[in-house]
Design a protein around this ligand. Structure first.
Ligand SMILES: [Zn+2]
Length: 470
């Protein structure tokens, strides 16, 4: 198995990822709060997580990945203060919280699709897991890590041995950033305690509430990810991902409550890609415009040019966004597509790729990109392939192989962009036939499920397997 290293926030250094179970990676991603369109800065994080997942698969690991959709209880300040984001969205648009959640969940996945970000294997909305949250809160109460106060259930951070294990910061360092106009919640025993379950809310009427042993109410935000991750990925999580702004308090609180509940170390590697900023150092707006994928499209950019822009720099570096730099990425993307199209056209009929060369470059790609997810060196290797003294068919095969991780649609014809591209599914059919030949029925079934997810059935005919639209 090839080694892959990443910067681990918990140890504050680059480490080789050694999974709890050899050859198998469990990966959890904090999903979006679906009250607004996603900012391209947040999507940078999802792009890098997507590359990481695909790289592990590329290197032969089995990956199980889960992501939550926050459709209840996430507060604007990310602490237990401020307004409720879902409520804010509902008020702004005169819709119910569920309508808002549905609309923006769809919008999020549509953006992901345009950026070739694959959907994680398991995607779960918070509102569908209320019983799981209640169960976990009950365990925390039973074990003495939580308390009831003023109608709410709080997590008692003073009961945890090392609350700041993720950041290494002291309480004082982290609390100086708290805004002064925020009124302290006097129900809390300690400043860093956080709400697990609300029955009384100072954020206005909540539309979405459920029965619980502590009264009619709704869950706090942090409990979501712990409960969903523990349920779907087990008690030993390999990699937890999220935006850098989630490190404190969200991930710090996730660790506290998860480890309190299970009684041992929970997650070993914490992956936090850095922010995208504009020249003034702020991320949310550029010249007054909220930067979304649709805005880029409206301005005539291919969303994949933005993906390339992200891949050109290291995920641990803050990326400065300007339209000039996006223009450069867009022109690089066009040139790259042009070169690959010319290469494709030069492949002679019947010319087969050299398997040994493809394998050699496959391993080189892992060695390069697997070293702390160095995507820009991966791109350099791609340009090296284009220049190398290798026949066109082999070059195309190597590029197709790299593109399963880069996901830049390098071999897709430009004309196909509007229509449906079935090349990926056709490739799956070949893999399925191979799996069947090897009597690997589980793999064959998994491929059939993936094809079905893409909206196609597989018909086994005397001339071989065929795709049929569902
Ligand atoms: Zn989370």
């Amino acid at each position: 198995m090839n080694e892959i290293s990443i910067y681990n926030t918990a140890s504050r250094r680059v480490e080789t990822v050694v999974p709890h179970e050899a050859g198998k990676i469990t990966m959890y991603t904090c999903g979006p709060t679906v009250y607004h369109f996603a900012h391209i800065g947040n999507l940078r994080t999802y792009i890098m997580e997507d590359v990481l997942e695909k790289l592990f698969r590329f290197a032969g690991y089995e990956v199980h990945r889960a992501m939550n959709i926050t459709d209840v209880g996430h507060l604007t300040s990310d602490a237990d203060t401020g307004a409720d984001k879902m409520l804010e969205g509902a008020r702004r648009e005169g819709k119910t919280a569920m309508q808002i959640a549905e609309f923006y969940t769809k919008a999020f996945f549509s953006d992901c699709e345009k950026l070739n970000i694959a959907k994680p294997e398991t995607v779960i909305s918070a509102t569908s897991c209320i019983a799981d949250f209640i169960k976990l809160i009950e365990i925390l109460l039973e074990k003495g890590y939580a308390y009831l106060s003023g109608g709410n259930v709080y997590f008692d951070t003073s009961k945890v041995k090392d609350y700041y294990v993720l950041t290494g910061h002291s309480a004082d360092d982290l609390l100086t950033g708290v805004r002064e106009d925020v009124t302290e919640d006097t129900n809390k025993r300690n400043k860093t305690d956080f709400v697990l379950w609300f029955t009384t809310s100072k954020f206005g009427e909540q539309e979405l509430r459920w029965d619980s042993p502590w009264g009619f109410g709704y869950p706090g935000w942090h409990i979501e990810c712990s409960a969903i991750s523990l349920k779907h990925l087990g008690e030993y999580l390999d990699i937890h991902c999220g935006g850098v702004d989630n490190i404190f308090p969200h991930h710090t609180n996730e660790i506290a409550q998860s480890e309190a509940a299970i009684g041992h170390e929970w997650c070993r590697y914490w992956f936090h890609p850095r922010h995208l900023n504009d020249a003034s150092g702020k991320m949310s707006k550029s010249k007054g415009e909220f930067l979304t994928v649709s805005l880029l499209e409206k301005k005539g950019y291919n969303p994949l040019a933005y993906r390339l822009f992200c891949l050109q720099s290291h995920y641990m570096k803050q990326l400065v966004f300007t339209f000039e730099s996006l223009d450069n990425a867009a022109s690089a993307y066009d040139k790259l597509k042009g070169r690959v199209a010319a290469l494709k056209a030069s492949v002679k009929g019947g010319e087969a790729a050299d398997g040994a060369a493809v394998k050699e470059y496959h391993d080189r790609f892992i060695a390069v990109v697997g070293n702390d997810l160095n995507t820009s060196l991966g791109l350099t290797l791609l340009y090296d392939v284009l220049k190398a003294d290798i026949d066109p068919a082999t070059k195309c095969a190597i590029i197709a192989d790299f593109d399963t991780v880069l996901s830049l649609d390098l071999l897709k014809d430009r004309g196909e962009d509007g229509g449906e591209d079935l090349s990926e599914l056709e490739e799956l059919l070949i893999k399925r036939a191979e799996a069947k030949r090897n009597r690997d029925w589980a793999a064959a079934d998994a491929i059939r499920d993936r094809v079905k997810e893409a909206g196609y059935a597989i018909l086994d005919t005397p001339e071989g397997a065929k795709l049929k639209k569902l």
